[in-house]
Design a binder for this molecule. Structure first.
Ligand code: 0X9
Ligand code: ZN
Length: 248
């Protein structure tokens, strides 16, 4: 299983989730039966911050920055949306060729060092990685492919059942509502995303989670909400990982 956090700079709950996930794994292996079963059956790659320059910028200059911080000749606008820079219907409707836009797709697929590095790693490990998981915020959604087109994924019913069960577990344990479904139909058409790209290279259990909240604090989720938000996401990760283990 691969989990990345912090593709988008301002979504601070996301890097927090990666850290809490690692801490939980190290603390509760051999204590909690779910995480024990997961770690007994799979290796987990965790990338805590995919967009470190952007993330730093949100701490120092502009809390609402989304993209990376790359600069380009012929424009004073900075940054590429890393979640529009992957090779999945790259730069079609839902992304922008304008470097000044928040959803700028970059000069070509994998033009950015961050997306290129992740794509290279996943390409070289695709035969062993079964689950791709990307953590974002906010809106409380569990998203499955596709987001880059209105097509249905070939194993749609499998994926749909998994996110449905994950959302039900979150609801039961924490009384929080998460919606779920294919990205293009659940949020909006958004091509060039890492989840669709990973799915297309053969990682058939591919997900994007949008964590808390549903808009009250938005990206500015207060510290007191971090643990609760991450517990919900952890429930979803466990539900999905255990399902995949059961199938194999
Ligand atoms: O638009 C995005 O990249 C994600 N939403 S966010 O508010 N965190 O920016 C949704 C990503 C869903 N997946 C793809 N678009 N592939
Ligand atoms: Zn995001």
């Amino acid at each position: 299983m691969w989990i990345d956090c912090g593709i988008h700079a301002r979504e601070w709950i996301s890097p927090a989730f990666c850290l809490i996930f690692v801490h939980y794994s190290l603390s509760f292996y051999n204590q909690n039966p779910d995480i024990t079963q997961i770690l007994d059956n799979m290796d987990v790659y965790v990338m805590p911050v995919m967009n470190p320059d952007g993330y730093k910028y949100t701490w120092t200059k502009n809390r609402m920055w989304r993209k990376n911080r790359s600069s380009k000749k012929n424009t004073s606008c900075i940054g590429v949306d890393l979640n529009r820079n992957f090779d999945a219907n790259w730069c079609t409707i839902g992304a922008s060729p304008d470097p000044c836009e928040e959803i700028y797709c970059g000069a070509f697929p994998e033009s950015e060092p961050e997306s290129l590095a992740v794509a290279n790693f996943l390409r070289s490990h695709k035969d062993s990685i079964q689950i791709y998981l990307s953590i974002h915020s906010y809106s409380q959604m569990l998203i499955i492919p596709y987001s880059c087109s209105m097509d249905e994924a070939e194993n749609h019913s499998d994926l749909y059942e998994m996110v449905k069960q994950a959302a039900e577990n979150i609801r039961r344990y924490y009384r929080s509502v998460y919606t779920y479904g294919p990205g293009a139909k659940t949020i909006y058409l958004a091509p060039g995303g890492s989840d669709d790209w990973a799915y297309n290279i053969g990682i058939k259990y591919s997900f994007t989670f949008e964590l808390q909240d549903r808009g009250h604090y938005g990206f500015l989720l207060p510290p007191s909400h971090i643990q609760g938000a991450c517990n919900e996401a952890l429930t979803a990760v466990k539900t999905i990982a255990l399902k995949v283990i059961e199938k194999t």
